[in-house]
Every structure is written in structure tokens, then in C-alpha cells.
Design a protein around this ligand. Structure first.
Ligand code: SAM
Length: 671
């Protein structure tokens, strides 16, 4: 795209914090940072300090007691550390907030603790043990970016890993109360900069409060310059004073000057949403909305048992570009998100297996590409690593004869069973029907069903793969069908067993229920659902090219590998022209062409007009063959947007997924 985007800081693995442990006043131990020569929390009574400074300093007990249902109360923090502040905020919420209220925690951390250190630090508070366990179970990989954790049905935590000022500037969301923490300004002057206070101001709701333990002059001046009013309050323990305050009028959002078309529509959390399409995109949106207390009607042409997806086994994996781009970053965020989401949804692993994925480098070109990728992406080995042929073969369980990229955190999934499980989320009502048209009304939408029935909903999410562009409101979004056939083979006794999903041209996961699923063919613009023998032959040839040792082993064990003996499944996926999903509000294409038509003559003349959208109409589509990585994250993104919550992705990536991006690109290119 040729119009400007905010530059994203590099995608990278983060140095975990190095700690030492010092005796505390109660005869236990407390974490200390040798790098900053400062403590994570007071050695006298860390818990009481948190309660005094951050919880009482922001008036949380009273504010939470009065918090209504609807959008969640949002707390923002600089310096997550051991999470003590956030766990205390969660406990305060559960004590005081009404049953329908929700809490959303947003915290930044540049030096995330190692999980073992986190467990050791939080062991000091036995009454927080259950909450600490929820945090530890989902503790993310140390990779820059946003990591969403579901602490309880009513409490969400977004960890924004990276520098606080940088991360808050990338946050798409607004905060009600700030915990301004971090090592003391004298010990960590890099953090307490004007850019941090400005970013806090820009991400504040009108009237947002803050509290901090410090009274340093630079902090007072910085907060005031950003627009916060501050006053001194009695400090904790031996500290005489601390600061509290609020911001009455946060500054206007400057992000949209270059891209006004992406200005999000004003939202009103709905009571009832219709979701069209019950494949992984729609079913995950339905579950995400239902979790937020919204009644969902999930509609699909197919019955509940087969739902929208046809494949029995799908890989949760991504193919990242050698040189970082927005698409790659979105997919990596999606991979890490899906992995946590699956573990949370199905801890017994009945619907998925954490097998990891190997991406073979079968020729020199791919080897060079993988080497460039590794050089450009200093990521933890638990996320992606390069393996030589010997090690790759050892983890694959069969000789792969080539070096590979290994994604230990990738997985394989049973997509149909997963969709059935999601559709059974309490609050989701499944309905077999075909939606013929969408009609906007004064207070919502009417869905005209093919059988003549009409269905009302406050808002609508279109998640119907290639069918997503069939409606008058969405027809301007280009979607291409891509037919894919997979082949299936019952694995005989004694055949080699795969330890990883292996990808080369196609992919092959470890056998599920004794059956190997491999493929898939790639047929752009094809929609024919009939199984083809020629496609089985193509899948076999691809399998033999990528994994000759596996094929030889299957033959030796007596498998009949003739194409006419194979069975298979055919699916039609949808792809956008730039191969990234569409996720967001549905643009009013005619209005965009009218409002932004001047870009065709001069791309630098950006009209100051916010993008017009079909009110209450949303889309999650064009997930192609990587839907397991992109759809669950897009579902959270949409549900968060619809419910006026902070988003689980940096805003330039949210813009990257905007369904209207192609309209602007075409205008600029004069199409
Ligand atoms: N709130 C924490 C708790 O409840 O345990 C304690 C915070 S500890 C005093 C300070 C934290 O700020 C550390 O975890 C440190 O790594 C983090 N930090 C320091 N500089 C930072 C920066 N520039 N951006 C984000 N986090 C930073």
C-alpha cells in the first residue's frame, strides 16, 4: 500500500528479566532487579502498597461497585512485572463489581519474567494462588506484540510486550484508570519520558484517573504537559507522598489524519447479533460474542453436524515472509493467539494436538529464504527455529532429507469438531438457513432468509467465506474462491508415525484416528465440489516429493497408494487479492468512492472525512487456507470492537485487516 502507516518497531524476542531474591519483612523472599537495582514490590508489604497506591489511588472499589454491564472497565499499566497489581485489581473487581460487569486489563512489559520466576514471586500471596495459576497457564512467549489472556469469564488481560511508551502508542483502546508503575524514575529514567505520558493521555477516556508511587518532579511535569491534573496524596509506609490525578479532556486521536477512512464507527454494544457462516471464522466470532453476554444466532446453510468446514484435520501454521511485513506480523500474532486460545478452550486436547509444524526447505531457494527469515527475526526458539536435516528428521519421526524451519508452538486441529464445539457455546443458537439478503432498518438489521422467513438482529457479522460477498453491502469486497482437495489414507500397522505436521508444497499432519490426511490441491477460481482422481494423484506426487521416506515406509507396511483407492474431501476457501483476511466494519463502498475519489488524482490530498460504514455490519472473511491462525484472532478483534473494548492487535495491524483497504488502494492506483 502506498499511503503511510505508522512504522511498527521490529518484531523480536525479548530478553527475559534477570532477578535475584532478597529477604522480605515477613521472613519470605521478594524479587529484585539487579539491572535496575530496584525491587518489584515493597519488601515490607508489597500487597498493602499495591492496595494503597494503585487500587485506592484510583478509587477502584467505589468505581467498580458502580460499573454497569456493557463495555468493560479498563485498567492500563506500565510495567507488568510480577502481575501483583493486576491480580489485586482483579480481586478488587470480584469483591465490588456487579455480576454483569466486566474488567479489561492492559499492561505493558519490556522485560517479561521467566514463567518460573513469576510462579516463585506470586507464591508469596496464597490467597491469589488461583488467579496466579490462570496467569501462569497462559503466560505468553516473550515476543513483542499484544498477547490476550482470558483470566476468567469476566476478566481479560492484554499483555503488550515491549517498551511502555511504544506499546501504548500502538494500543487501539481507551483506558479508565492508569497504574503508573515501573522502577523508580531515578533508576529507570528511559521509561519516564514525555512520550509515555503523551501516549497515556492519547489512550485515556475522558475523566480517566491515574495513580503512581512516585512524586518525582519530572513525572509531575510530564503528566501536566500531557494534560493530566495531579495532586499529592499520602504515600505508603515510609513514603510520605504519592501522586494521583485525572485527565478531563484527552487529546483528539491524531492517528487517523493520514488514513481517515479507517476511523472506526461509533459503537453501541448490541443485545443480539446474527453471525452468517458457521465455519471457523463465524463459529469463533459467535463464541467470542456469547462470552461477552451477547445473544448470538449462528446461521449456516449446512446442518450443525457438518457446519461450514469440510476438512477433518487442519494445520495451525503460518508461512512468514523472510522480510517482515504487516501480513506476516498479523499471522504470527494469530498463531500465538490461536495456540493460547485452543489450550484454554480445550485443555484435554480432544480437538487439537500441539504437534508443532516443520516447514521443509527442499531446494536452495527455500533454504536461502529460511536463512534470511531467521536472520531478520530474532524470535525465541520455542516459537520458531532453524533445524538441520538430521535434527528435523529426529523431530519429524521420519527422514525428511532437508533442513527446515520448525514452529514448536504450531499445531493441528480438527476443524469440524472445533466448529461444533464453538457453536455449542452457551448463548449461541444455531440455525440452519440460507440468508438471501440483508436489509438495514432504523434500529438494526433484517435478514431475509431464502425460505421467505425474516429474522431481526441488532447487528450482523458476515463470515461466510466465498459467500461473504453475495450481499449488496459487501459485494465491493473482492473475494476469490480457491478449491482445495485433500486425500486420505488409512495408515497400516508398522508404518512410520509423524511427530510433526510437515509442510513442503502441501502439508501432512500426524495421522488422526488412524487416518493420514494430506494435500491440499490449490485451485484458484474453482468451486466444483466433486472429488477428482487427478487431484489425489497430485497430492500423492507432492507427498512423495516432500517426504519420500514416509511414502516408502507406508508402501513397505502395505499401504495401497494408487490414486483411485484414495478417498478425500473438497473444500472451497476464500482469498482476498492481497491474501490477508478482511476483518472489521463493512465499508459503504459507494460513499468511500465519493468521499475519497480525489485520491485518484492526487494520493497526497487526503480528505478529512471519517470512513462511512454500514452501521452494525461487520465481516470476518478471506482467511484462505490459514484460517486456524487468523480466524480466532479476528473473532476477538471483531468482538472487542463491537463491545468497545481495547483490541488484541496493534492498530497498524488492525488497519491492515480493514475490509476497505482495497477500495482505497484501487482509487490511488486509478482503477
Ligand atoms: N507492577 C509490577 C507488579 O505488580 O509486580 C511491578 C512493576 S516493577 C516495579 C517495574 C516493571 O517495569 C518491571 O517489570 C520492568 O521490567 C518494567 N519496565 C521497566 N522499564 C520498562 C519500559 N520502558 N517499558 C515497559 N516496562 C518496563
Amino acid at each position: 500500500m502506498s499511503f503511510p502507516y505508522a512504522p511498527l518497531p521490529p518484531l523480536a524476542g525479548l530478553e527475559p528479566a534477570r532477578l535475584d531474591w532478597q529477604p522480605d519483612a515477613a521472613g519470605g523472599e521478594a524479587p529484585h532487579s539487579p539491572a535496575f537495582d530496584d525491587v518489584y514490590f515493597s519488601r515490607h508489604d508489597g500487597r498493602a502498597e499495591t492496595e494503597h497506591v494503585f487500587i485506592q489511588g484510583n478509587g477502584l472499589p467505589q468505581r467498580l461497585a458502580a460499573w454497569p454491564a456493557g463495555r468493560p472497565f479498563v485498567i492500563g499499566e506500565t510495567g507488568f512485572g510480577t502481575g501483583l497489581n493486576m491480580l489485586c485489581a482483579w480481586a478488587c473487581f470480584e469483591t465490588h463489581a456487579p455480576a454483569q460487569a466486566r474488567l479489561h486489563l492492559v499492561s505493558t512489559e519490556k522485560y517479561p519474567l521467566h514463567r518460573d520466576d513469576l510462579a516463585r514471586a506470586l507464591a508469596a500471596w496464597p490467597d491469589l494462588a488461583e488467579r496466579a495459576e490462570a496467569l501462569l497457564a497462559q503466560w505468553p512467549e516473550p515476543v513483542t506484540g499484544v498477547h490476550r489472556l482470558w483470566l476468567s469469564p469476566r476478566v481479560t488481560l492484554d499483555l503488550h510486550l515491549g517498551d511502555a511508551a511504544e506499546r501504548l502508542a500502538l494500543l487501539d483502546g481507551q483506558v479508565d484508570a492508569w497504574f503508573l508503575d515501573g522502577f523508580a524514575p531515578a533508576k529507570n529514567p528511559e521509561m519516564w519520558q514525555q512520550a509515555l505520558f503523551d501516549a497515556m493521555a492519547a489512550r485515556s477516556r475522558p475523566g480517566a484517573t491515574f495513580a503512581t508511587f512516585t512524586c518525582a518532579g519530572a513525572v509531575k511535569r510530564g503528566l501536566a504537559a500531557a494534560g493530566f491534573a495531579w495532586r499529592k496524596a499520602p504515600g505508603f509506609g515510609r513514603k510520605r507522598e504519592m501522586l494521583v490525578g485525572e485527565i478531563a479532556s484527552p487529546p483528539p486521536d491524531a492517528r487517523r489524519q493520514a488514513t481517515p477512512w479507517f476511523t472506526p464507527p461509533a459503537v453501541q454494544p448490541p443485545r443480539h447479533v446474527a453471525v452468517i457462516g458457521a465455519g471457523i471464522a463465524g463459529a469463533s466470532v459467535a463464541a467470542a460474542l456469547a462470552r461477552r453476554g451477547i445473544a448470538v444466532t449462528l446461521i449456516d446453510r449446512f446442518d450443525r453436524a457438518s457446519l461450514g468446514t469440510t476438512h477433518l484435520q487442519g494445520a495451525l501454521y503460518v508461512k512468514l515472509a523472510a522480510d517482515t511485513n504487516l501480513q506476516s506480523r498479523t499471522y504470527l500474532a494469530g498463531l500465538l493467539h490461536s495456540r493460547r486460545w485452543l489450550a484454554q478452550l480445550d485443555p484435554q486436547q480432544a480437538l487439537w494436538q500441539p504437534s508443532g509444524v516443520l516447514q521443509l526447505a527442499l531446494d536452495d531457494k527455500e533454504q536461502a529464504r529460511q536463512a534470511r527469515f531467521l536472520a531478520n527475526h530474532p524470535l525465541p526458539e520455542s516459537v520458531v527455529r532453524g533445524l538441520d536435516a538430521e535434527t528435523a528428521s529426529a523431530v519429524a519421526g521420519v527422514d525428511v532429507g532437508a533442513p527446515a524451519l520448525d514452529y514448536p508452538c504450531a499445531a493441528w486441529v480438527k476443524p469440524m469438531e472445533l466448529c461444533v464445539r464453538l457453536a455449542a457455546t452457551p448463548g449461541v443458537c444455531f440455525r440452519q438457513a440460507e440468508v438471501a439478503a440483508l436489509e438495514p432498518g432504523a434500529s438494526g438489521w433484517t435478514l431475509a432468509l431464502a425460505d421467505g422467513e425474516r429474522l431481526a438482529a441488532d447487528q450482523v457479522v458476515i463470515a461466510a467465506a466465498v459467500e461473504a460477498a453475495r450481499f449488496a453491502q459487501s459485494e465491493a469486497l473482492p473475494l476469490q474462491p480457491v478449491r482445495g482437495q485433500i486425500s486420505q489414507l488409512r495408515v497400516p500397522e508398522g508404518a512410520p508415525r509423524l511427530g510433526r505436521v510437515v509442510c513442503a508444497g502441501g502439508y501432512v499432519p500426524p495421522a488422526a484416528d488412524g487416518v493420514l490426511n494430506f494435500g491440499a490441491t490449490f485451485g484458484p477460481k474453482e468451486t466444483d465440489m466433486a472429488e477428482r482422481e487427478a487431484d489425489h494423484a497430485a497430492n500423492l506426487a507432492e507427498l512423495e516429493r516432500g517426504l519420500p521416506a514416509l511414502v516408502a515406509g507406508l508402501r513397505a507396511a502395505g499401504a495401497d497408494l494408487s490414486p483411485q483407492r484414495l478417498t478425500g474431501r473438497v473444500g472451497v476457501r476464500a482469498a482476498s487479492p492481497d491474501k490477508s483476511p478482511y476483518c472489521g466494519p463493512v465499508p459503504d463502498a459507494a460513499a468511500w468512492r465519493h468521499d475519497y475519489g480525489v485520491l485518484a488524482k492526487d494520493a497526497s490530498r487526503v480528505p478529512e472525512i471519517a470512513g462511512r460504514h454500514h452501521a452494525g455490519l461487520w465481516i470476518s472473511a478471506a482467511h484462505g487456507s490459514r484460517g486456524m491462525a487468523s480466524a480466532p484472532l479476528c473473532a476477538e478483534l471483531l468482538a472487542s470492537r463491537i463491545c468497545d473494548e481495547p483490541l488484541p492487535l496493534e492498530w497498524p495491524l488492525v488497519d491492515h485487516l480493514h475490509p476497505g483497504r482495497r477500495i482505497i488502494r484501487d482509487l490511488i492506483r486509478g482503477h
